[in-house]
Design a protein around this ligand. Structure first.
Ligand code: SAT
Ligand code: MN
Length: 549
């Protein structure tokens, strides 16, 4: 890769075994409009997925694959999604003509001999065919055939389009398998919150792409001096099963982090800044004159002689030096925050599920749902402002149930039904919370400091799980009472806290209309329980019953 320019060597003294890859400038993010769920019946893909009949999809894409690998090296990449010894792990085999993809898969999954040994002579694996093709966006397709557990991807070498173990297998195909087999494949980080006694409580959290999952999972806690620490299990995907005792347990199917670089610095994610000092592939970041990686929001000021993500000399005013969706690919084991249990074969017991997104105005810092069913409704009605992780407009609010809109491999209404069916299988279903780190004041500035301070919200959840603190009932769920959040050491005014926790019934009534319009898409498919929850919320908003629980 160094010889043919696929990789550019970074400073090997300060960044040993780190390399930079520049993707084609038309191939810098997932392309949702070119991503298809190919099922025999259209309604099985549902109204939120692009659909093509399997035979049509293959006819369309086969000619693009034809001869596309000629003169290239073809890599056969056997890989395990999940810890090597876990009964819940699954095997995939990706065929690719991209050395960058093969190298990235080596970081992101357990690939090679371990996978071959586990597979043996079994044919139980998910095949994925990938070719860069000619990188023409008109000849780019990410095709999923969940009925035959097959992936075909052509025309892109970037991220989730090309590392087929990640979104294509571990979410789209796996969500289909999970529905059939009674488990859950979710777009969730997994973290452990350690309390002063040393007890660790595990939580899984769903946020859309580029909304801070990696930073939350790898957080350096602002309450470390009080004995609260965060341990990382995963940063993007959780596979969850109910065990024989009725406990929901999660494994991280991945072995690395494919995280957003811009905005990452010693304050927002010190652990990843350390972890990415070696053995890291950087994609579409800028490079300094010292051949070190650089991006917007890193701690250092941009300097003359820098090369931008396209390989051009960067000058002030020439636009961002790193692409907004520039990434690092780093082994998870390199983070000093990695949990010592992150590869436990049985997975880790989950006590809380968290939903969240970017909502400048509407949602309070945190609220707690009343029960599993209400929690599923909270997840189903999530929305978030779009980011650079996918091509298209940035900052537009869209509905993104459970952060799975681009990743659910079947009809989303049936997916809600699957969630509803999972709760009763659990003896003590996790509490379900919703958070919003991104609420803004009238001045357009974020009200909450975020990052390491988010541990205060996690601690509140832990206190709720343990029954230690009170909460105030609002129409949408329970929010912290003034004294129940641990705020010592943080300078934030009482007014700002009130604003952060406020629930404005008029705003939520308008939100209800938007939710109603979204749900209309699903015609007859929407589970009745979702409709009941919607009606109950509307009633509460009308009556605005408020009390302390
Ligand atoms: O899908 S990617 O892996 O490219 C990144 C994301 O959207 O989370
Ligand atoms: Mn993701």
């Amino acid at each position: 890769m160094l010889r043919d320019g696929t990789f550019i060597e970074l400073n090997q003294k300060t960044f040993p075994n780190c390399h930079l890859h520049r993707s084609n400038s038309n191939d810098v993010a997932r392309t949702e409009q070119l991503t298809f769920i190919c099922t025999r019946k259209k309604e099985d893909a549902g109204p939120t997925n692009n659909w093509m009949a399997p035979a049509d999809a293959k006819d369309k894409v086969r000619p693009i694959f034809d001869g596309s690998m000629k003169g290239r090296t073809m890599y056969v990449v056997p890989y395990i999604m999940g810890p090597e010894k876990s009964p819940y792990s699954k095997i995939g085999v990706e065929i690719t003509d991209s050395a960058y993809v093969a190298a990235s898969m080596r970081i992101m999954s357990r690939m090679g001999k371990a996978a071959l040994d586990r597979l043996g002579s079994s044919d139980d694996f998910v095949p994925g065919l990938h070719s860069l093709g000619d990188l023409d966006p008109n000849r780019r397709f990410i095709m999923h055939f969940p009925e035959e557990k097959l992936i075909w991807s052509v025309g892109s070498g970037y991220g989730g389009n090309a590392l087929l173990g990640k979104k294509c297998f571990a979410l789209r195909i796996a969500s289909w398998m999970a529905r059939d087999q009674g488990w859950m494949a979710e777009h969730m980080l997994i973290l452990g919150l350690e309390d002063p006694s040393g007890k660790v409580t595990y939580m899984a959290a769903a946020f859309p792409s580029a909304c801070g999952k990696t930073n939350l999972a790898m957080m350096v806690s602002a309450l470390e001096s009080q004995g609260y620490r965060v341990w990382t299990v995963g940063d993007d995907i959780a596979w969850m099963h109910v065990d024989s005792t009725g406990t929901l347990r999660a494994i991280n199917p991945e072995a690395g982090f494919f995280g957003v670089a811009p905005g990452t610095n010693a304050k927002t994610n010190p652990n990843v800044m350390d972890a990415t000092r070696h053995n890291t592939i950087y994609t579409n970041v800028a490079m300094t004159a010292q051949r070190e990686p650089w991006w917007e929001g890193i701690d250092t000021a941009p300097a003359d002689g820098m090369i931008n993500w396209k390989g051009e000399t960067w000058t002030k005013g020439s636009g961002p030096a790193a692409h907004p969706n520039a990434r690092y690919t780093v082994p998870a084991s390199q983070s000093s925050s990695i949990s010592k249990h992150w590869e436990d074969p049985e997975g880790l017991p989950i006590s809380a599920l968290i939903f969240g997104g970017r909502r400048a105005r509407l949602a309070p810092l945190v609220y707690e749902s009343h029960n599993w069913q209400h929690g599923v409704f909270v997840g189903a009605t999530m929305a978030s402002e779009t980011t650079a992780a996918a091509t298209g407009a940035v900052g537009v609010s869209r509905r993104d149930p459970m952060a799975m809109l681009p990743f659910c491999g079947y009809n989303m209404a049936d997916y809600f039904g699957h969630w509803l069916a999972m709760g009763p299988k659990m003896k003590n279903p996790p509490k379900i919370f919703h958070v919003n780190w991104f609420r803004k004041g009238a001045d357009g500035k974020f009200l909450w400091p975020g990052y390491g301070e988010n541990v205060r919200v996690l601690k509140w959840m832990l206190d709720r799980i343990e029954g230690r603190v009170t909460a105030a009932e609002t129409p949408i769920g329970c929010v912290p009472t003034a004294s129940s959040l641990t705020l010592d050491g943080l300078s934030i005014s009482r007014e700002t806290m009130n604003e952060l926790l406020s629930v404005n019934p008029a705003d939520w009534t308008a939100e209800e209309d938007a939710v109603g319009a979204f749900f209309k898409k699903f015609d007859g498919h929407l589970p009745e329980a979702i409709g009941r929850e919607k009606k109950a919320l509307a009633d509460r908003l009308n009556g605005s019953t408020v009390g302390v629980k």
